[in-house]
Structure formats: structure tokens, C-alpha cells
Design a protein around this ligand. Structure first.
Ligand SMILES: [Zn+2]
Length: 344
């Protein structure tokens, strides 16, 4: 992830400043029963996730409850208490995707409150694949390295960095949703908008009446989220991501409630900037394709420019570079790249 330049307008300057200072703000009432609840991420580089609560006559509903820690659960409890509710009132937990900083607390809340967990059907398949021990199998990873054309002497180093355990446990949702489905929660109608790319089954939620769009990790105001972090076999995440950015054009004048950082307006500019960020790399790969043709991912990667230099990349960072190259190459070879690249 890296930072982009100014192209969005924060809804609340204090929220933006707090994020930039690396601080977790207190929860905030956003009106009409909607709450923003910043919850902490105990590892990695991001300080927190923005969970959202919708409090209505029909119960309390959470969007992306955040990482499973006692402190985060307590934060949610305190927020609900200030609105005269308790954890046991939580009826629904909707998740935009399966990553532990979003799905994390869902199972605990279901156990505590009997809440139903809602996820897209596609993300359920992605999660099942992610928690499958086969996904961590060093032998199938070695086969990937061979397919990528990685020289034999670099295999052990890559396999060693790959062998970390999954951060996510399996969760069986109570309700599977898909594009266009409407969830009626707390007097709001939240329309499911499928936006694969960050993960294969990522969704956004659109409240057309209030002109709000919950974007999870699909669109963030400054950060460029990773692509293809959980996909199904045969997927083409880079093309999916670009299509999912286009998909949001009908919501360009909505207020965006993202999964990290801060709420903002200016979705059109942000979508364009994120697409351009990825397409710069796609363009580099497309330019090489004339010369390199069907050569390996390794060959392509070794010819691209890398911030810390190709020769210095090792372990996880080398893996990440190869994976990125594979995704851009996948887009170029799919024939979908030309249309986006010609848009300039
Ligand atoms: Zn996230």
C-alpha cells in the first residue's frame, strides 16, 4: 500500500487528521442511527478499521466489525451503550470481505448475540479456499514458482517466506448475497454491489436514499489497497478491480464510508486515480509484451522497475513482486487491458 495525492474531500477534517496522526478516534454518531466505530488492528502497518453500526427499531447491525480482540469488542459495546443498546442487540453482521481486519469479530458477535453473518456467495468461496490447508501447501507453491519461471536456487527462500499460517478462521455465513440484493437494516435499504478485485468476492453497500456508499477496502481515500488478496483459481483480479472501479460510477456523488482512513466525497476522481495507479504498471507490462511474448512471469518481473531495485527483492517482497507481475500480465494476456490503456 502507498499514499496517493489529494483528490478527495474529507467529510470530517478531524477524522482525517486523526488518521494521519495514526490515532484511533472515539466512535462518532453520523445521524439517523448510523455510527462510525474505529477499531484497532493489532498487527501490520494500519492503525485501524472503520466499523459501522446501524441502530434501528429492528435491532443493531454492524458492517465490518474489525479484528477479533477484547478491546475492539469493548469499543463496540461502549458505542452501543451510548445509544442505549448492548452487544446482545446485534442482529446482523455484514462483511465486505473475509480479511481479519473486517470479518474478525463476526463469529464472536454471532456467538454472543445470535447475530446472522452476511457475506457474498463469491466471498464465501474465496474464504473456503483461503482456509483450505491446500492453500498453504509448500508443494503446490513450488509448482507456482516453476510456472512463474523462478530459478531453482530462489525456491527455498520463497517457500520459507510463504509458509505463514492463515490469519483467518473459517466462518459459515447465515446469509449469502449477490449483486443487486437489498438488505433492509435499521430502516435503511442497503444494496449489494459486487466489486471483486481486492478479494474475489468483495462487496460494497449502497444506501441510495441517504446517498451513502460503504466501500470496504475497494476504494480508500489515500491508500491503494492490494489486489487479488484472496481469489479463486482462474480469476483475473486486475481486470476485475478495474471493472469494479468503473462499476461505482453511478455512485460518484455519494458520500463514501470506507473501511480505513476517513469518510470522503469525490469518488469519481478517486476511482480514476486508483485505476491510473494500477494501469501505469499494466502499461509497462504491455510494452514489454511485444518483445517478451509468452516468456515467464520471472522474465517480465526482472525487466520492470521496482522501488528498491529488482536485485534487492527477496522473500515475501520478491513473492509480492512476482504476484503483481502475474496479475498485470494476466490482464494484458486476457485482452482486456487495451481498452483501459487507450483511455489514457
Ligand atoms: Zn482492510
Amino acid at each position: 500500500m502507498s499514499n496517493g495525492a489529494e483528490d478527495v474531500v474529507p467529510v470530517d477534517e478531524d477524522e482525517r487528521r486523526a488518521w494521519e496522526a495514526g490515532l484511533l478516534r472515539e466512535s462518532a454518531a453520523l445521524g439517523d442511527g448510523l455510527w462510525s466505530i474505529p477499531v484497532a488492528i493489532p498487527e501490520g502497518t494500519l492503525p485501524g478499521t472503520l466499523a459501522y453500526a446501524i441502530i434501528g427499531q429492528d435491532g443493531t447491525h454492524l458492517i465490518d466489525p474489525g479484528w477479533d480482540t477484547p478491546e475492539n469488542l469493548e469499543r463496540i459495546e461502549r458505542t452501543l451503550a451510548s445509544a442505549g443498546r448492548g452487544l446482545r442487540d446485534i442482529a446482523t453482521v455484514v462483511v465486505t470481505h473475509h480479511h481479519p481486519d473486517h470479518l474478525g469479530l463476526a463469529e464472536r458477535v454471532r456467538t454472543l448475540a445470535g447475530a446472522r453473518i452476511v457475506m457474498s456467495a463469491a466471498e464465501r468461496r474465496v474464504l473456503a479456499a483461503a482456509v483450505d490447508p491446500a492453500a498453504r501447501d509448500p508443494e503446490s507453491y513450488r509448482a507456482t514458482l516453476v510456472r512463474w519461471g523462478v530459478p531453482e536456487e530462489r525456491h527455498d527462500e520463497l517457500v520459507a517466506s510463504f509458509a505463514r499460517p492463515s490469519l483467518t478462521g473459517d466462518v459459515e455465513p447465515d446469509l449469502l448475497v449477490g449483486d443487486g440484493d437489498v438488505l433492509e437494516l435499521g430502516g435503511r435499504r442497503l444494496e449489494v454491489v459486487e466489486t471483486p478485485g481486492h478479494t474475489g468476492g468483495h462487496i460494497c453497500l449502497a444506501d441510495r436514499d441517504a446517498r451513502l456508499l460503504f466501500t470496504g477496502d475497494h476504494v480508500l481515500p489515500r491508500i491503494y489497497s492490494g489486489v487479488g488478496i484472496g481469489v479463486l483459481e482462474g480469476g483475473e483480479p486486475m481486470g476485475d478491480l478495474l471493472a469494479s472501479l468503473d462499476r461505482l460510477s453511478e455512485f460518484d456523488d455519494f458520500t463514501v464510508l470506507p473501511g480505513h482512513e476517513f469518510r470522503f466525497t469525490g469518488l469519481a476522481a478517486r476511482r480514476a486515480r486508483i485505476a491510473a495507479h494500477h494501469l501505469r504498471r499494466t502499461g509497462e507490462v504491455a510494452a514489454l509484451a511485444a518483445e517478451l511474448g509468452d516468456r515467464s512471469v520471472w522474465t517480465y518481473a526482472s525487466r520492470l522497475t521496482w522501488t528498491s531495485g529488482w536485485r534487492r527483492l527477496d522473500g515475501f517482497w520478491l513473492h509480492s513482486a512476482l504476484r503483481q507481475t502475474e496479475m498485470h500480465l494476466g490482464l494484458v494476456r486476457s485482452g482486456r487491458a487495451a481498452a483501459w490503456l487507450s483511455r489514457g
